[in-house]
Design a protein around this ligand. Sequence first.
Ligand code: DX5
Ligand code: ZN
Length: 219
Amino acid sequence: MNKIISPSVLASDFANLQKEIEMLNQSEADWIHIDVMDGVFVPNISFGMPVLKSIQKHNKKVLDVHLMIVKPDQYITTFAELGADIITVHYEACDHLHRTLQLIRSTGAKAGVAINPHTPISVLEDILPYLDLVLIMSVNPGFGGQKFIENTYTKVEKLRAIINQRGFDINIEIDGGVNDQNIEKLSKAGADVFVAGNFVFASDNPIETIKNLKIKANL
Ligand code: DX5
Ligand code: ZN
């Protein structure tokens, strides 16, 4: 399977969003990653629906929405209507995760769950049949540009083994501190979707950077 690159718009220049989205359209990015933060679940506020609506006027890629918010159920239909192809909620933010995932799937979107660095893979055991994607946070959520947490490799290996053993079709997405030094190892450990924010947008040539990440992910 071809590995997927999902650049995070959080690291883009918000004053030039149209230009940034058009750049991503031209690139080999497969998805675009949208980080929604509420200042409650995470200690930062990013952007919400109006900005996403503007992004969608230009975006031609698969829309990968990562909700770092408490009580996500109340906004899932809205994000689906805005064009989200994948909606990922946090395990730590959902009291009734099974219900939330069913709600996501009922909108036609794919259902993802994200786990923080402190959350073990084992808690996902009973929920795997209801999932299309697991997002493993490789930094603490809330900010771009943080250092990658090394324990992520072990988590990816464990999760990939369980998914394969049980025969599920579930993507493993890595989010936080992804760069050209760790993407190949993450890919070999069993991850198939890679979010990259600062590594892409702070580079001199984001289109080339995305291309190189994709090559390394597919080695
Ligand atoms: C962090 C976000 C990430 C972030 C990644 O809370 O979920 O998607 O934008 O940014 P980098 O790649 O800079 O770590
Ligand atoms: Zn994210």
